[in-house]
Every structure is written in C-alpha cells, then in structure tokens.
Design a protein around this ligand. Structure first.
Ligand SMILES: Nc1ncnc2c1ncn2[C@@H]1O[C@H](COP(=O)(O)OP(=O)(O)OP(=O)(O)O)[C@@H](O)[C@H]1O
Length: 397
C-alpha cells in the first residue's frame, strides 16, 4: 500500500511477494523479489543484461511460472489463477510490437476483443479508436500488414493492441528498443502523453537508465538474480544511489541526467526588463538604460510573448517596440524540464529561453539560472536528495 498525502491508502495494483524463478537447468534468474506497484503508476525495471528483468515481467502475466512466491493483482492472489484468463487482464507489449505478420493492423489490434467474444462491429470500432489514439490513421494504416509499416508505426500498433480490451495493467518489455534514437525519443514522448490519458499501471523493462528516468514514476534497479538494489523515484535514484552498484549503473553523469527529471520552477526564472509592443522605442531605450540591461522582452497587451528588443533596435528609430521586436524562437511551456529548456537554448543558439504559460510570458531561463535550478533540485529536501558538493560542482554551469 502507498500512503497518499491526505492519508488515504492507494491499493497496490501489482504485488510480488518473495517471487523466485529457477529455470530447469538450475539457473536462478530471480531469487526472492518483493515489489509493489501502485495503481496508475509507471515503474521501470532496469539493470544489466541477465539480471532477471524479463523473467520478472513475464512472471507477472505468467508467461513464465514462478518457482515460488506469490503474485497479487489488485489484492487477488493470481499465482495459480488460469493463466489465459489472467493475460486478458494484462496488456503486453514487446520489442518491434510482436505483431501477427499475416493479419492486418486492424485485425492485430482487435485480437484480444475477438478472443473475448466481442462482435465484429464493436471490435472494429475499438481498433479504429485505438489506432487514432496512438497517432495512426485507421483508413491508411488499418488495412496494411505489419511489414508495410515503419518500425515506429509497428511499435504504436503493438501499444494499441495491448490496450484493446482496456486492461488495467500494461507490461512492456523493451518496447522502444528496436527503433533508432530519434524515433525512440518521439515514441517515448507520445507514450507519456498517452499514459496521461489512459492512466494504466505500467511495468516497463529497459536496460536504458535514461529511458527509465524519463518514463518511470519509480525505478526498480535490479542486479543479478533479480536483487532489488533500489526502488525509488528517478530523482532519488540519481541523487542518492542506495548502493555502489546503483551508483555504477546510473553512471558518473547522473548530475546531468537530473536535467531530464527536474521541472522548471517559478523561483528558477529570471526577469529581464519587459516592454510592451505599443510602447515607443524611446521608452524602451529608457527602460534599458534605467535597468542597465542590453535587451528586453516584448509582450503584447495580454502579456503574450512577442519577442525581444536590444539597445541597437531602440536607438535606431522613432517607431514602436512592436515594429522593431525580433521573434523569439526559444521558448518552453511552464513545467517543462530543465533538459527541454537547455535543448531549446542549444537548438536556437539562444542565450536564454522564454517560459510560457499558454501564450502568457512568465520569465526566462539563462545558463546561469539553469545551473542554479539544477543546484536547487540537487539540494532539495523534498526529493530526499543528498548529493555531495563535489558532484554539484561537476555539473557544467
Ligand atoms: N529459459 C531459460 N532457461 C535457463 N535460463 C534462462 C532462461 N531464460 C533466461 N535464463 C537466464 O536467466 C537469467 C535472467 O534472464 P532474463 O532474460 O530475465 O534477464 P534480463 O535482465 O531480461 O536480460 P536482458 O536485458 O539481456 O534481456 C539469465 O542468466 C538468463 O540466461
């Protein structure tokens, strides 16, 4: 059980109790694993090759039978439940989608509903709806066969198929492992967005700590034999590795990895002078002089970002700020991560990035404030993080 802020307990959707697996040849893949996953949570199982991640995942839907221990789903002991019935309550996604090659995309997505005895029309309607949900056009992609799709599209179909019967639990084994890094990045973003809509309990296997940090609400770091080295939020795993093994696994650049788990906060923002588009350039020049700044942010009457003006613009003419202001391409929505902000800065070769709430301008992040934000995140007691100063100093400022 997981105690929430108001004291009520959220149920464990999945609970492994002393689960172990010994293969017939004597290999002990998992020794005695205890793990609880809260409803609606996304948990990433990470660890080096052979540490028992896939074995653990497959024991949850009993594709692999545990040698001992108990598995509970929503409080119900399913260790000896009918495995086929069980699997219909659990969506399963594997690398490359694991699609049936001789069935169309629509039929692939409709597999479980058909098995559950849904009529054709309902199955088709559900499959169509799911293809749209994962960003595919049912009219274009629905009639195709898996080999007529790109790797990323196959992966999306795999996710759609796993969601077809609306199972509360989704198991994913290296789901984005078979695509190139650019597609992988896009699929991860799409999946996070999808998960916001569907709110499944997800257990995801990956050997990639960056993927775990990005997707997991919590990360379970396993070492050989399915030993649970640490089970905590990405920020805590990166910030205070529980063991030397975890520290080694998350890597020496874990300070940098924090960029991708730290959201921009109000207090991180810098507030350069702001001028409005209808003001005269002379007024803008006066603002810059008074504040000792070389540039100012331009906003419209509603407070929306319009761009920026520098000293040379303000001394040049007699027009308005609106006529002289430069577009600002580098911006991020409020609550973006520091990594996203840094990426925007680098992509647009900008010295600052604007932070917007919808269209409304909130403030800017500069490399200096970004560094301070990272330091704040590292120091944050709320995260239970205790990093040594040495590591903070290793973060490029
Ligand atoms: N059918 C099997 N028979 C015997 N040993 C097996 C079998 N399947 C897996 N193993 C062994 O069990 C251990 C755990 O394997 P598992 O596939 O769960 O690891 P993993 O962490 O998912 O690895 P990877 O990241 O390489 O996929 C490994 O030592 C593996 O060789």
């Amino acid at each position: 059980m997981d105690a929430t802020a108001n004291g009520t307990a959220r149920p464990d959707a999945i609970r492994l109790e002393a689960v172990a697996k010994q293969y017939p040849d004597g290999t002990t893949a998992v020794r005695a694993l205890d793990l609880a996953v809260t409803a609606g949570e996304m948990v990433a199982l990470v660890g080096p090759s052979g540490c028992g991640k896939t074995t653990t995942l497959k024991m949850i839907n009993r594709l692999i039978e545990p040698s001992s221990g108990r598995i509970l789903l929503d409080g119900e002991d399913v260790t000896r439940a009918d495995a086929t019935q069980l699997r219909r309550r659990i969506g399963y996604v594997i690398q490359s989608g694991g699609l049936f090659p001789h069935r169309t995309v629509l039929d692939n997505v409709g597999t479980v509903p058909s098995l559950l005895g849904w009529d054709k029309r309902r199955t088709r309607a559900r499959a169509t709806e799911l293809l749209e949900l994962v960003g595919l056009d049912p009219a274009v992609h629905g009639p195709r066969y898996p080999h007529q799709l790109s790797g990323g599209q196959r992966q999306r179909v795999g996710v759609a198929r796993a969601l077809a019967a609306d199972p509360p639990v989704l198991l994913m084994d290296e789901p984005f492992g078979a695509v190139d890094p650019v597609v992988r990045d896009r699929l991860q973003v799409e999946f996070l967005r999808l998960q916001e809509q569907v709110g499944k309990t997800v257990v995801l296997v990956t050997h990639d700590i960056d993927e775990a940090v990005r997707l997991g609400d919590r990360i379970a770091v396993l070492s050989e034999g399915g030993v649970l080295e640490q089970y905590d939020t990405p920020a805590a795993v990166l910030g205070s590795p529980a063991t030397d093994f975890v520290a080694g696994f998350v890597g020496a650049d874990r300070g940098l990895k924090r960029l991708s788990v730290t959201e921009i906060a109000e207090q991180d923002l810098d507030h350069p002078p702001v001028v409005r588009v209808e003001q005269s350039l002379a007024e803008a020049a006066e603002v810059l002089r008074r504040e000792g700044a070389s540039w100012a942010v331009c906003v419209d009457e509603g407070g929306a970002l319009r761009g920026w003006v520098g000293i040379p613009d303000t001394v040049r003419g007699s027009g308005t700020v609106g006529e002289a202001c430069h577009r600002m391409e580098a911006w991020v929505p409020a609550r973006s991560t520091l990594k996203h902000a840094l990426q925007e800065m680098l992509q647009h070769d900008a010295g600052w990035v604007a932070v917007l709430d919808g269209a409304r301008y909130l403030g800017v992040l500069t490399p200096k404030t970004l560094h301070e934000a990272l330091r704040r995140s590292v120091d944050s007691d709320a995260l239970g993080v205790d990093l040594s100063q040495a590591e903070v100093d290793s973060i490029p400022g």
